[in-house]
Ligand binder design. Structure first.
Ligand code: SAM
Length: 93
């Protein structure tokens, strides 16, 4: 992860940009809608196959969060987020 991107993602992760620039990447909602339609079709054609999403370069997990609007995340058998950077969001135990 580049040193330029790190502070940007950190700010996005804590919410300063979450509702603004970062969240409104041009095309994000269209992309997720198209993926959701494709996933529904895949599920229809192969109902017994597990549905696994590997979000490579998933950053703060915004795509996963937003995808839930179009395709319920609970309908995936597994979801993995892989990223080069260290986690910026910590969930207290
Ligand atoms: C511009 S951000 C996009 C984050 C997220 N996918 C989104 O749409 O909001 C790109 C992300 O890709 C990650 N990344 C870049 N190269 C990568 C690689 N080779 N393997 C895994 N993650 C990578 C960066 O760390 C960064 O979090």
């Amino acid at each position: 992860m580049s040193s330029t991107m790190r502070p940007f993602l950190k700010v996005a992760a804590v919410g300063c940009l979450g509702a603004g620039v970062y969240k409104t990447y041009p095309g994000r909602q269209t992309l997720l809608r198209l993926c959701a339609a494709h996933l529904r079709q895949m599920k229809k054609e192969n109902p017994d196959k597990p549905l696994v999403w590997v979000d490579i370069g998933g950053g703060t997990g915004l795509n996963i969060e937003e995808m839930d609007k179009y395709f319920p995340i609970g309908d995936f058998d597994s979801v993995y987020l892989i990223d080069l950077c260290q986690p910026y969001v910590y969930f207290p135990a």
